[in-house]
Design a protein. Structure first.
Length: 197
């Protein structure tokens, strides 16, 4: 893995999880939907060895017509709504719920798609980095926010994800921005613990 400014270059054989997120995010891009991949999958994508079944993807709100087109394209590509039908996409997202997208007949792994809700969701959309996986690309939320938000979530797994991302990308992180996010999220003690670990 190599970090060049706001681009991360990864050369590896894509896993089934990688293929799922790449196929879904490429469909979002085809429809000009702004999105950001966030949370635990980023650590896994960057090489952390741990299991995950859900890939969190935040999007800008889009119209019912766009939701209908997205649902049709995903179905044509062999995906389904593993908890609710893809035809319910707009209703679910508009009600501030998530829609789970998985391979036909499977429940996991899945992409948990949701509209941006709070300021941190919007920040994840506004401030992204590009991950180039071989010859394909996807957008993920800036690492400073991902690390601070993982500390905010507070589980041992989340702390370990934050620690992994911090160690991996520390030379390229904007430490001032990371400290500001830690203060906003009231995790300065956790952040200090992370930097001492």
């Amino acid at each position: 893995m190599e970090i060049r400014g706001d681009t991360v270059i990864i050369e590896k054989e894509p896993s089934g999880l990688d293929e799922l997120v790449l196929n879904v995010t490429e469909t979002l891009e085809d429809l000009k939907i702004t999105y950001s991949v966030v949370s635990g999958y980023i650590a896994v994508l960057f090489g952390r060895s741990r299991a995950t079944e859900d890939i969190d993807v935040i999007t800008e709100p889009f119209s019912e017509a766009t939701a209908t087109e997205l649902s049709a394209r995903l179905r044509d590509a062999g995906y389904w709504g593993s908890a609710m039908p893809l035809d319910s996409m707009y209703e679910m997202l508009n009600d501030e719920s998530i829609i789970r997208i998985a391979e036909d007949g499977h429940r996991v792994p899945n992409v948990e798609l949701k509209f941006a809700g709070d300021k941190y969701d919007r920040a994840s959309l506004a401030n992204t980095i590009t991950v180039r996986l071989n010859d394909r690309e996807l957008r993920v939320g800036e690492l400073e926010l991902q690390i601070a938000y993982k500390l905010y979530l507070g589980s041992q797994k989340d702390f370990e994800d934050a620690l992994y991302l911090h160690r991996l990308s520390e030379p390229t992180l904007n430490s001032l921005k990371l400290e500001e996010y830690a203060e906003e999220l009231d995790v300065t003690e956790e952040y200090e613990q992370l930097t001492r670990t």
